[in-house]
Structures are given as structure tokens and as C-alpha cells.
Design a protein. Structure first.
Length: 314
């Protein structure tokens, strides 16, 4: 574990700037920030990562995510955007997934492969998921323009669902939510917990393995499988990441190098923007948030993949 190093002055400024960017992106898309942290570290600061840059970058990214998620969660608590019932249900599955991802990462690092598989797995996973999600968004947008979508008149009150209404709260698999946030924006939706909550363990696993925090999986599950509005999904995902990530960091610290000097420099910047951005997200349409999220994911992943393949060819 490296605590502090003697950086040149421009390195401190560059890491702080990277933290500002990560902190702005994290609450916007409900991710921990690893989607940017890992590519930034691998591409811009590889000279600080030692002999195993992929492992060090992903482990260091996870540590940064703790601070980013904490700052973003505080902002979302103030904005009253978090669906706590779904968040805590998600955690039951996400935390074991994050722990198993940390264990798998340590095992993979001990294999000492000639190729940095952390970078390859990260890039291929992000490109595949992003392409699929962007395609689905475009298909839905085209259907909407053609008038295929009709007005949804489905009842959003639990009184319409006698089966769920008669169950105790801990046995309910469909939640009917009706509340408004600090800015008096109203949200009324129906969330179907199964099978989405079980997939949360996969999000935790991928997040811990690739240094992402899990939001890259949580947000699509919350919006597409459970039916949450994007504004609520991003806030709930950020809150879930806050509790799922620390255990993964502890486990990964046993076998991976965490550059705490990098963590501190980037965390200072991330905390600033993660506290500001959530105040303005209510003005952005859900479709724009999701489209931007996946385009950003794919572009970052392609850049990492190009880098690692170029290094291999050399």
C-alpha cells in the first residue's frame, strides 16, 4: 500500500481536475465514478501505477468511489431523491457480490499473466453493455416517433393490487411509490423487485472487479427492470454504491496496490462537484441522462482497449 509520493506540482493539479470531472459524472449517471477513474488513471497517469497498472487502477478507483458516493449521497439525501426501501433491498445482494468481486480480483492478480486482463475485461464489458443499451434507447425513440407507444394508463396505486396490499411489507415484490423531492418534482411509479434485485449481486461483482462501483449495472436494472424514473434510479444507485464498495476495497487491499495519494487528490475534487451537480439534474430529461451515460461508457472503454492492445503489439 502506497500512502504518499513526491508528485510534481502539475500532477497534483491534474489529479484534482480529474476528480472534479469524476465527481460531476458520478451523481449524474448514478455510478461511483470508476467509469472515468479507471480510463483516466490508465491513460493519463500510468506512470504512477507501477508494474500492474490494471489492478492498481481498479483498486485505487474503488477507494475514490467511496468519497464520491458519500458526497453524492449526501446531496441526494438533501434533494429527497433516494428510494430507501429499494436501496436497502439492493444492498442485501450487492454487498456479497462486491465481496466476491474483490476476492476474484485478488485471485486474478496472483496469476501474474503477461497480458493485463483487468483492462481487457473492463473494456470489453463496457463496450458490449453500452452498445446494447444505446441500441435499445434508439429503438424505443424510433417507436415513440412512429406513435407505437400509447399513453400508459396502468394504475400506480397499491389499492389496485389486492395481492400486494394484503402482504406484509417484507413479502411485497411490487412496490407502489408516490412522493416528491425537495424541488416539488413529483414521482409516481411501480417498482417490480424480482428479478432485478438478484441481478444486483452481478453489479456488485463487476463493480468490485473492474473498479466501477457497480452503478453501470444498477442504473439499467433500476430503470428498465424495476421501472424507476432515471432521476430516482441515479440517486438510489449512488446510495447503494456507498455501502457496497467499502468491503470490496478492504478485500482488494490485501493483494492489490491502492495509491492513497491519488485517492486523496482526486477525492478532494470529486467531493466538490458531487455536491453541486445533483441540484441541477431535475432539469435534465431521463432519456438524455441515459444516452449520455452509455456514450460516455463506450468511448472510455474503446480508448482503454486501444491502449492495452497497442501495448501488447509492442
Amino acid at each position: 500500500m502506497v500512502l504518499f509520493a513526491d508528485f510534481q506540482w502539475w500532477t497534483y493539479i491534474a489529479l484534482f481536475g480529474a476528480g472534479l470531472l469524476s465527481g460531476a459524472v458520478s451523481p449524474t449517471f448514478g455510478i461511483g465514478g470508476g467509469l472515468l477513474n479507471v480510463p483516466i488513471l490508465l491513460i493519463g497517469f500510468s506512470f504512477l501505477l507501477g508494474d500492474n497498472p490494471g489492478s492498481t487502477a481498479t483498486a485505487t478507483s474503488l477507494a475514490i468511489i467511496i468519497f464520491t458516493a458519500l458526497s453524492g449521497s449526501i446531496s441526494y439525501v438533501r434533494e429527497r431523491r433516494i428510494d430507501y426501501r429499494i436501496a436497502f433491498t439492493f444492498m442485501i445482494f450487492a454487498i456479497p457480490g462486491a465481496a466476491s468481486g474483490g476476492i476474484f480480483s485478488n485471485w486474478l492478480k496472483r496469476q501474474e499473466y503477461d497480458i493485463d486482463y483487468f483492462q481487457i475485461i473492463f473494456a470489453c464489458t463496457m463496450i458490449t453493455i453500452a452498445l446494447y443499451k444505446i441500441t435499445m434507447i434508439l429503438i424505443q425513440r424510433r417507436k415513440k416517433k412512429k406513435g407505437i407507444f400509447v399513453e400508459d394508463d396502468e394504475c400506480m396505486d397499491i389499492e389496485c393490487d389486492e395481492e400486494q396490499m394484503n402482504r406484509p411489507w417484507w413479502k411485497q415484490t411490487v412496490l407502489y411509490r408516490d412522493f416528491e423531492d425537495k424541488r416539488e418534482v413529483k414521482f409516481k411509479y411501480k417498482a417490480k423487485l424480482i428479478p432485478g434485485i438478484f441481478i444486483a449481486s452481478i453489479g456488485g461483482f463487476i463493480g468490485a472487479t473492474l473498479g466501477l462501483g457497480g452503478g453501470v449495472i444498477y442504473v439499467p436494472i433500476l430503470t428498465m427492470a424495476l421501472g424507476l424514473p432515471a432521476a430516482i434510479a441515479t440517486a438510489t444507485s449512488t446510495f447503494t454504491i456507498l455501502f457496497a464498495t467499502p468491503l470490496a476495497v478492504v478485500i482488494r487491499s490485501f493483494d492489490s496496490v491502492i495509491r492513497w495519494d491519488i485517492v486523496i487528490c482526486m477525492a478532494v475534487g470529486a467531493i466538490i462537484t458531487a455536491n453541486i451537480v445533483p441540484r441541477f439534474l431535475h432539469k435534465v430529461k431521463s432519456e438524455i441522462i441515459l444516452t449520455g451515460f452509455w456514450l460516455l461508457a463506450m468511448s472510455a472503454a474503446i480508448r482503454v482497449l486501444i491502449k492495452v492492445l497497442t501495448d501488447i503489439s509492442i
